[in-house]
Design a protein around this ligand. Structure first.
Ligand code: FES
Ligand SMILES: [Fe+2]
Length: 461
């Protein structure tokens, strides 16, 4: 048994003995330790960000052979490469010599990576290619696989979204995603060729636990209160019969046709599309305006007449929140990634997406206009709404320092006959403001924290 195996063998027992998971996670409430305890955070980096599938990157970020982008699996820095044979790999961004991060850039195209410390050189499949002044070693290092970079043993894609896990016994990614695949498919299929290309990102850091973002990702209860100024801004310059942005939360949101659905394995889905007018242009009609967008809209209308509404819908932010546990959210035109940093610090990254004119029916000029508008939608919620949310997250983290006041409640919708429905496929539906999805995903969190996953890495032979 190796030292690491001995530590691992002890860790779950010692760790589990300190915590009563069933007391910490109850039907209607959770304990503040889930958000404030550094040891629980450390364990999450193994049990959650290691023990289950985690979103790492999008295939469109590494479209060509030798492309790479850096990413993270929990706290583990990674280099996502499309190696010289076209294979997508998640290499540990950790030199096998003395452990420094090998690649210090965000993205690029490289056949090999040279360590900035002593110059060891690794191919983009992880193999050690050579070391400076090799005669100073008593063996040929490139012949021993232990000097090849470690890599995430299981890397699988679902329609361009790349996930990885260290857990050899996790089910295939498609099975793990299960019913949440349907809204992902729909989010993609409304675009030409059923795909998006990931663009640059807004990055927002907050001083709070990563779960605060996931708790909020389907929260329909806060919108009217936390995002009041955004709603007012969006609706300021339109007539009273037009409702922009998230206006459907303004009156009786639980009586609206939108709903919340828990999809299993921690994933959940807020579907606000039933609130749209069912016509071409119905999606664009609720898109909030930012200065200058109207000129692009008018140009498309002049150019395409009746067809313009359908094209403008390609630029509109789809009113869904598709949340894939533990770190991925698809909303509007954006891909949001939650990146834990410590028990009280998180990075959120909002990638814009553009579409391609796959079958040549849009034309380069109009495509450029549509993608321009899609980028401008990035100025809406990610800039004016996310700041409201992260303020709440930071204020929660601060409030939780009142350690003796132990509980956080997520009981909205609980115990009301006929309010929550379990469907035939096992998914659960509730009105838009229910906290049902929090209660359900945190049960999955508890299951993973109680489990003892066998985490593995692999190296090229
Ligand atoms: S730490 Fe990378 S070459 Fe020494
Ligand atoms: Fe919000």
């Amino acid at each position: 048994m190796t030292q690491m195996e001995r530590v691992e063998a002890l860790r779950p027992r010692n760790f589990g003995a300190s915590y009563d998971w069933d007391e910490l996670v109850q039907e209607d409430r959770v304990h503040h330790l889930l958000y404030t305890d550094a040891a629980i955070f450390d364990a999450e980096m193994r049990h959650i960000f290691g023990g289950t599938w985690v979103y790492l990157a999008h295939e469109s970020q590494i479209p060509n052979v030798d492309d790479y982008v850096t990413a993270k699996l929990g706290l583990r820095p990674l280099i996502m490469t499309r190696d010289s044979d076209g294979i997508i790999r998640a290499l540990y961004n950790r030199c096998t010599h003395r452990g420094t991060t090998l690649c210090r850039f965000e993205k690029g195209n490289k056949r090999s990576f040279q360590c900035p410390y002593h110059g060891w050189n690794f191919l983009n499949n992880g193999k050690l290619r050579g070391v400076p002044w090799a005669e100073g070693y008593g063996e040929n290092l490139t012949r021993d696989p232990k000097f090849n970079l470690a890599q995430v043993p299981r890397v699988e894609s679902y329609r361009g979204f790349i996930f990885g896990t260290l857990n050899a016994s996790a089910p295939p990614i498609g099975e793990h995603l299960g019913p949440i695949r349907k809204p992902i498919d729909e989010w993609l299929d409304r675009n030409p060729g059923g795909k998006v290309v990931v663009c640059e990102a807004n990055r927002i850091k907050y001083k709070g636990n990563w779960k605060l973002a996931y708790d909020n990702s389907g929260d329909g209860y806060h919108v009217l209160y936390s995002h009041r100024s955004l709603l007012e801004t969006e609706n300021r310059f339109v007539d009273e019969n037009t409702e922009k942005g998230m206006s459907y939360y303004r009156t009786a949101p639980d009586e609206q046709p939108m709903y919340m659905q828990y999809m299993g394995n921690g994933h959940h889905f807020k579907d606000k599309r039933p609130n749209l007018q069912p016509r071409n242009g119905g999606l664009w009609a609720i898109e909030s305006l930012h200065p200058g967008m109207e000129h692009v809209e008018q140009k498309l209308r002049r150019q395409f007449g009746d067809r313009a509404d359908a094209l403008l819908d390609l630029a509109g932010s789809e009113p869904v929140n598709i949340n894939v546990f533990p770190n991925l959210s698809l909303l509007g035109n954006h891909i949001q990634v939650f990146q834990p940093v410590s028990f009280e610090e998180t990075d959120t990254i909002w990638y814009g997406t553009r579409i391609e004119d796959v079958d040549g029916t849009i034309g380069a000029d109009a495509l450029n206009d549509i993608n321009t508008l899609r980028m401008r939608t990035q100025e809406g919620f990610p800039n004016f709404g996310e700041v409201d949310d992260v303020t709440n997250f930071e204020q929660i983290q601060r409030g939780l320092r009142c350690q003796e006041d132990e509980w956080i409640y997520m009981n909205r919708g609980l115990g009301i006959p006929g309010r929550i429905h379990t469907l035939e496929d096992g998914t659960i539906k509730a009105p838009a403001t229910d906290e049902m999805f929090m209660r359900e995903y945190i049960k999955e969190w508890k299951r993973l924290m109680k489990a003892e996953p066998q985490l593995t890495i692999r190296r090229e032979p």
